[in-house]
Design a protein around this ligand. Sequence first.
Ligand SMILES: CC(C)(COP(=O)(O)OP(=O)(O)OC[C@H]1O[C@@H](n2cnc3c(N)ncnc32)[C@H](O)[C@@H]1OP(=O)(O)O)[C@@H](O)C(=O)NCCC(=O)NCCS
Length: 143
Amino acid sequence: MGSSVEQPHPNEPIIRALMMPKDTNHHGTVFGGTILSLVDQAGGIVAARRARADVVTLQMDAVVFHNPVFPGDLVSVYAEVINVGRTSIKTRVQVLAHRRLAGEQVHVTSAQLVFVAIDPEGRPMPVPPDGTVPGEGNRSTGG
Ligand SMILES: CC(C)(COP(=O)(O)OP(=O)(O)OC[C@H]1O[C@@H](n2cnc3c(N)ncnc32)[C@H](O)[C@@H]1OP(=O)(O)O)[C@@H](O)C(=O)NCCC(=O)NCCS
């Protein structure tokens, strides 16, 4: 099928989720939409952290599912900011599934998503120049 990832990912996952039977379709694999929801949430978390504001999803690139996900798999979703525009933030998201009984980890999908920082009225607002808050080092402020 698809590629498998042997090495642990260098970063901490933004989301970890244990897949349950309720997440599956009638042939026993997890819905693609369930994984896409996690992708959207993980990208949104890092984008909002960087924007220090709410964000909305503007765009997601084409997604290919390289391996199925099964109930009992522990899904890890990694996300990072790769570009910042005036009001937009581009993120890269990677999904790995840990098949706990087999002890292997497989690459499920990767995607790039663009988010836009919004003000309380839902209008685009500028992203501040950096992601740190004075006096708080690199601690995250969003989520
Ligand atoms: C995202 C949204 C606020 C942008 O509003 P807008 O009036 O198009 O805003 P702007 O024209 O000022 O563009 C905002 C940013 O998005 C970028 N952008 C807008 N349309 C784009 C497109 N089709 N492709 C790529 N970038 C785009 C602009 O370049 C700009 O980025 P920058 O400031 O970093 O240069 C608006 O389209 C919206 O609310 N969309 C729905 C979002 C949503 O609900 N998502 C969940 C889906 S259910």
